[in-house]
Design a protein around this ligand. Structure first.
Ligand code: WTA
Length: 654
């Protein structure tokens, strides 16, 4: 484990003394109003989760609620169900004509899909997949912009039991290829392009490059989104237009009764070492977990309009755009583009236009809005909002208060939700009708969830002492493994502390038992809410022919939370001058995607290393953040770091 200090200091957080009780009007109408729910769930967690499972449809009942042989959980074994059936067919009797997805494209085009429409499109695409030879268990890769075809494709996969693996449209061709190869995807679903700040992202072109090196892919289905705005090539026999296939697809499709533990999806995320890992989620438990948490945390009612602004390429979009809200029969907004196009008030215009009631976004977005200024939200009527949420990284109290005042107008509770790709569902969060809020704290584990803060030896620490966040009891939407790599699963999550799931996050609890998340304690950087492994960026840098060695760290950034800084040594004969910095930044973008572009690159003739050759990232962080250097006695050559510090300060000052 890295010598990584959590980025939020405990002392600063302890000064945060503001408290916000649930407004009386909110409390009275809340889904959860009785605080005894925590005790009930703690006394009988399995009975508690089963009571939510019973609200959903099962083709055949489960035999047991949970089989737990650490580190492998089976939830609702013996039961058969289908998550797409629960998200769609189950609602048809009462909600056929209710809006499921209200979609807005970046150029301003609109599309509303009722539950009836969504059901029809999903059935048709399920038939398309079958005609392309996709069988239960075959993997389908999806690389689409935020258009309705994305949830349609995912739900069609779930309907026939073909696990999907969605790759965020901002990832490069190489990242897409690696993920498709790891999952051995049979079909890839993409679009000609997607709109972003008035320009077209060349998705299909990236696919052409990626599929070259991905022999498992037999067909590429292409949605026509950008049309004449981009020119693409269609490879005869391999590439097929979505609209043509859909025009010929039969309407009727029976949802497959799948075993509760049937593989639902693989979603790749960054870890401490090596390539991104394919996090495995299965059907029954994930369904129950996302269903229940959407209901409690977002307090969803039938008449609400919910908007989660995440991209579906991340877990937040999987759980809280596609599965959770639709399992609840909710109406939700989905938006294709960025918040600043055509102007910096786009989010607020969308909220006003569709009368959004519940908004779920990220701290990095909130800090961006703060920087742009309150005049943009002030242009719009935001009075429909009644609840606000955040996710993805620790929220600083200043951003929390700004969100509360300028967006929620002091009427709306703010739910700061902690969770991970691996947890599948929100685990630590206020219940908006019950919990007294403290800005900057995700408050308490949800009912049925057991979390703890422990020291190096795995012992619970006292109030106000920092430590490692662990989970001590299985939960329904937990990951079931890392695709194709059981050893890494055991090693990364279950080996550091016996009988506990290690999250990779630092945390502390206060005297009232509230959790304050302190950021990652491993070599994962959280850039604008996106997880990136330092190792991935280092690999991309040393892949460039001029680079000998690279060390990558996360540095504080006032909008993104963290940004990437790289220390690079060049091979003999290469010079740092000219456009070397831009060349290397561009190389990382090509290898991984724009989200991994380093903010800073500093060339150095040597990196500070221990005598055993380990790069001391802690010292690099001290340098980058202008701190007094920590202990340098274990360094092979202490002068290296002093020289580097001087150079860094010179460059920063110039
Ligand atoms: C961080 C996103 C503090 C944390 C759902 C975690 C948070 C990582 C919060 C997972 C929060 C997420 N407060 N930190 N409310 N939410 N994190 O897998 O470090 O993309 O381990 O899942 O984001 O990121 P992931």
């Amino acid at each position: 484990m890295a010598d990584r200090a959590p980025e939020r200091t405990i002392e600063a957080l302890l000064l945060e003394a503001r408290r916000f009780d649930p407004p009386e009007a909110f409390r009275r109408q809340a889904v959860l109003q009785d605080p005894r729910v925590y005790d009930q769930a703690a006394k009988d967690p399995e009975g508690f989760w089963a009571s939510y499972a019973r609200e959903l449809h099962w083709f055949s009942p489960w035999e047991r609620v949970l089989d737990w042989t650490l580190p492998y959980a089976k939830w609702f074994p013996g039961g058969r169900t289908n998550i797409a059936y629960n998200a769609l067919d189950r609602h048809l009797a009462a909600r056929r004509t209710k809006a499921a997805i209200i979609w807005e494209g970046e150029p301003g085009d609109e599309r509303v899909l009722t539950y009836g429409d969504l059901h029809r499109e999903v059935c048709k695409f399920a038939n398309v997949l079958k005609r392309l030879g996709v069988r239960t268990g075959d993997r389908v890769a999806i690389y689409l912009p935020m258009i309705p075809e994305l949830p349609i494709a995912m739900l069609a996969c779930a309907r026939i039991g073909a696990p999907h693996t969605v790759v965020f449209g901002g990832f490069s061709a190489e990242s897409l290829r690696d993920r498709m190869n790891d999952a051995k995807a049979k079909v890839l679903v993409t679009a000609d392009g997607g709109w972003r700040r008035g320009k077209v992202l060349p998705l299909k072109r990236n696919c052409d490059e990626a599929v070259e090196g991905a022999p498992s892919v037999e067909h590429v289905v292409v949605v026509r989104r950008a049309g004449d705005a981009i020119k693409i090539d269609m490879r005869e026999g391999r590439d097929l237009w979505w609209h043509r296939l859909m025009a010929e697809a039969p309407l009727a499709n029976e949802a497959e009764p799948l075993e509760s533990e049937h593989l639902l999806y693989i979603l790749y995320t960054s870890g401490t070492t090596g390539k991104p890992k394919g996090i495995v989620h299965t059907t029954g438990g994930y369904m129950v977990g996302t269903y229940a948490t959407t209901k409690w945390v977002f307090d969803l009612k039938d008449e609400d309009v919910f908007w989660c602004t995440a991209d579906i390429g991340w877990v937040t979009g999987h759980s809280y755009i596609v599965y959770g809200p639709l399992l609840n029969g909710a109406t939700e907004v989905m938006y294709e583009g960025t918040p600043d196009f055509p102007d910096k008030d786009r989010f607020w215009a969308i909220i006003e236009k569709y009368r959004v009631n519940v908004l779920y976004t990220a701290p990095t977005a909130i800090r961006t809005f703060m920087k742009w200024g309150p005049e943009f939200p002030a242009r719009h009527d935001l009075s429909s909002l009644r609840l606000l949420g955040t996710v993805g990284e620790p929220i600083n109290p200043e951003a929390w208060i700004w969100y509360y005042e300028h967006i929620g107008k002091k009427r709306c509770p703010v739910v700061d939700t902690w969770w991970q790709t691996e947890t599948g569902m929100i685990l630590i969060s206020p219940l908006p009708g019950l919990t007294t809020l403290k800005p900057g704290s995700a408050t308490r584990p949800l009912p049925g969830i057991a979390a703890e803060v422990v020291n190096e030896r795995g012992q619970a620490v006292g109030a106000k002492e920092g430590g490692y966040l662990v989970l001590t009891r299985p939960w329904p939407a937990m990951l079931r493994g890392i695709y194709g790599d059981p050893e890494r699963y055991q090693d990364q999550y279950w080996s550091r502390f016996p009988n506990m799931y290690f999250t990779g996050d630092g945390a502390k609890r206060d005297e009232e038992g509230y959790f304050w998340l302190l950021g990652r304690v491993d070599d994962v950087i959280n850039v604008a809410g996106h997880r990136i492994g330092t190792y991935e960026v280092e690999s991309a840098l040393v892949d460039h022919p001029s680079v000998a060695e690279a060390a990558v760290i996360g540095i504080e950034h006032d909008v993104k939370g963290q940004a990437i800084a790289a220390f690079v040594t060049l091979k003999e004969g290469n010079k740092p001058g000219g456009d070397a910095v831009d060349t290397l930044k561009q190389h990382v973008v090509k290898k991984i995607g724009a989200l991994a572009r380093p903010e800073q690159i500093l060339f150095t003739s040597e990196l500070p290393k221990t005598r055993s050759g380990k790069i001391m990232r802690r010292l690099l962080r001290d340098i980058a953040e202008g701190r007094v250097l920590g202990d340098t006695t274990t360094l092979a050559d202490p002068t290296v770091v002093e020289a580097l510090k001087t150079r860094y300060e010179e460059e920063a000052g110039s």
